[in-house]
Design a protein around this ligand. Structure first.
Ligand code: PGA
Length: 255
């Protein structure tokens, strides 16, 4: 598990139903070949209507399907929401939570995101928690404060459920908001500093957690090798470049 490198394709709302289904079916053989490479885990995260078809298509393979969001509630009168239980029943094994687009455009709070993480654990779905500072926070040297708040709020919730779970898995994707979709990535030293902060926060929380650190924000086939070389780097959350199979393949093969 520890040396597995994750390639998580976050298709956002960039691909409509037909595009996502044809990506999965047209590139099926190549995706299967990529997924069979040692120590590589591919997770495709299409929008909700595609999830079930995708889990059926890749049922017998090493490709996993992830959702882009879930409800913080278990069930009930929440029109338009999708529960972690439904995701599990549809065959979903991973779920992105706290993406900066959800935090900013849909005003999701750290508390709501923490609740989503709990709902996912109840359904044995691995959360992919996104954290990251805005450009203003970055320029004002507030990165540490923002990351601390975002990570600690989740770790505190995980601490409460420790009695019922043995070493839950958490993928933490550091995604500086100013790097998403901009073509700009931070200095490797900045990413390394944030990674070591997150590791320290997990250590201080004194909980049993199998955490994996990822980076996201303008990952592409030209910067992936340098990103690979950052200590503790165990995967990428890839937006734009994951919607083009050739680019995605180059990223998976770069190392
Ligand atoms: P990007 O998006 O790769 O297009 O920058 C990453 C993300 O938002 O997860």
């Amino acid at each position: 598990m520890h040396d597995t490198f994750y390639y998580i394709a976050n298709w956002k709302m960039n691909m409509h139903f037909h595009q996502a289904i044809s990506f999965c079916s047209q590139e099926y053989e190549q995706l299967i070949n990529l997924s069979q490479l040692p120590r590589k885990q591919i997770v495709l995260c299409p929008s909700f209507p595609v999830l079930f078809s995708a889990t059926q298509l890749f049922k017998e393979s090493r490709i996993s399907i992830g959702a882009q969001n879930c409800s913080e509630h278990k069930a009930g009168a929440y029109t338009g929401e999708v529960s972690a239980q439904s995701l599990n029943q549809a065959g979903v094994r991973f779920c992105i939570v706290g993406h900066s687009e959800r935090r900013t455009l849909f005003c999701e709070s750290n508390e709501q995101i923490a609740q989503k993480v709990l709902r996912l654990y109840e359904q044995k779905i691995v959360p992919i928690l996104c954290v990251g500072e805005s450009i203003e926070a970055y320029q004002n040297d507030q990165t540490k404060t923002v990351i601390q708040e975002q990570v600690i709020s989740i770790l505190e919730k995980i601490a409460l459920i420790q009695y019922s779970l043995f070493s839950p898995r958490l993928l933490i994707a550091y995604e500086p908001v100013w790097a998403i979709g901009t073509g700009t990535i931070p200095d490797t030293s900045h990413i390394k500093t944030v990674f070591s902060l997150i590791k320290e926060l997990i250590h201080q929380a004194n909980i049993s957690l199998e955490a994996t650190l990822l980076y996201g924000g303008s990952v592409n086939e030209t910067n992936s090798s340098v990103l690979h070389s950052i200590p503790w780097m165990q995967g990428f959350l890839i937006g734009g470049a994951s919607t083009d199979f050739q680019m995605f393949e180059k990223i998976v093969l770069s190392k």
